[in-house]
Design a protein around this ligand. Sequence first.
Ligand code: UN1
Length: 488
Amino acid sequence: MSPAQEASSILQELGVDATSGDLASRSPIDGSEIGKVLIGDPAAAAARAAKAFEQWRIVPAPRRGELVRLLGEELRAAKEPLARLVSIESGKIVQEGLGEVQEMIDICDFAVGLSRQLYGLTIASERPNHRMMEQWHPLGPVLVISAFNFPVAVWAWNAALALVCGNPVIWKPSEKTPLTAEAVMALAGRALQRFGEPPAGLVQIVQGDRDVAEALVDDPRVALVSATGSTAMGAVVGPRVAKRFGRVLLELGGNNATIVCPSADLSLAERAILFSAAGTAGQRCTTLRRLIVHESIADRLVGRVKQLFANVKVGDPRDLDTLVGPLIDEAAFEGMRRVLSDRIERVDAVAGGFYVRPSVIEADAQQGTVLQETFAPILYVLRYRDFEEAIALNNAVPQGLSSSIFTNDLREAERFLSAAGSDCGIANVNIGPSGAEIGGAFGGEKETGGGRESGSDSWRAYMRRQTNTVNYGTDLPLAQGIRFDVPP
Ligand code: UN1
C-alpha cells in the first residue's frame, strides 16, 4: 500500500478527518501528500485553556489521574495503527514507532501513580507553636511545542504530567507531523468523553507554523512553555517567555558522545553505536554523534562500525528488515550534504524520499561541524590517549544532553558519572546515549536548555510551589527573633 493510502485508512480507523485545511502533511517515505489539517487560532485556544484551568485546578488530583488512565487505555488499544502512522509521517521504522507509542503509555501509567503523590514537605519552624509546609498547586495552561522526530511521545510526556498537575494543555505540533497529532487528539477526545464532563478546552491542539507558535509563546495566559526542538528555536522561545516572566522547559539540541575504553565489551559497544548513531536516521536529540575511542582499539572498533553502517538496511521504514528510514525532507538531506559534500551516499530506496547511508567521519580535532548538531546520521570518530582527555572531549561542545561510556573498569565508569565527569543531563554506562526510559528525568545542560521532563520529580516544573506558615499559638513571635513590640 502507498503511504498515502495507508495513512488515509489509519486516519479513518482512528476517526480523524484530514482532508481539508491549509497545512499539508507529506510522508518522508515517498514525499507524497498524506493529508491536510486546519490552521488553529492561538488566541482562542489560550482563552479556552485559561477558562478550563479555573475548573480543572480544583478537581482532586487522583480524579485528574483517572483521565490520564483512560488516555493510557486508548493509547494501548490504538498502539499498532498509531505507530504505523508515526512511521508514515515521521519516517521512523515501525519498531521505533511502536516504541514511541509505548513511551506514551508508560508516561500515562507513571502519571496516574503520580496523581496520588504530588507531595510537599513539612518543615520545622523556628517559632513555637508554628508549623511550616509546602504545597504544590496547579500552574496554569501548558503549551507543548513538539518536533517531528518524536511527533507524539513528547506531547504525552508533557500532557500526562501537566494534566495530573491540574493544568490544561495546548499542543502546537511540528508542521511536519500534523496528522499523528490529530490522531492523538482523537484518542484524547475519547478518553475525555469517557471521563465525563471535563472542562471545555482542557486538551487542545493548535496547528500551524511559526507565527502560531509565537503567538502562543507570547500569550500571558500560557503559564509554561515546554518546547522541544533546535537550539536556534530555544534561543527565540526562551527570551520571549522570559520577557513576560513566564516559565519555560527547554529540550534543545544534543551533540552526544560515547567513550569506548580499552576494557570495553566491544560487541556490546558496536550494537549500541549502530542503534544510537544510525537509528531514527540520526534524527533523535539523543543520537550518538561523536565516538571517542581509545587509540588502542580504535582501528578494530571503527572498522566494525563502518562495516555495520555499510550493511544496514536503509529503506521503507515499514519493511520489517529496515533499520534506517528516510530523512524527514529535502532540507535535512541538504543539511547532511553541506557537511559531507560528495561523500554523502544517497540510497535509492523509494522514489521521492531522501534516503541516506549512515556515515562515519574520522575527525582530527573537535571543531567546525563536529561542534554542531546536524540532524542526520553522521558519526564523528575522535581518538584519545588518556582517560582525562576523553572526558574533556565529551564535555567540550556547546550542548549537554546525553553521553555514555563503555568500560569494564569501575574507576573509569564512576569517574565518568562523578561531578568531574560528564557534564550532560544524561550519562550512561555500557549502553548508548539514546533510548532513555520515561522513569528518569529527561533533558540536558548548556545549549540543550536545562529543562527536565518525563520521570523522577520533573512534575514540579508543571506546578507552583507555595510555602505556608501556620501559627496555632496565642503569641506572635517573629522569625529571626526580631522584636517589634507594639507600645503599651
Ligand atoms: C528526542 O529525540 O527528542 O532517549 C527525544 C531517547 C528517547 C527520547 C528522545 N526516549 O532517545
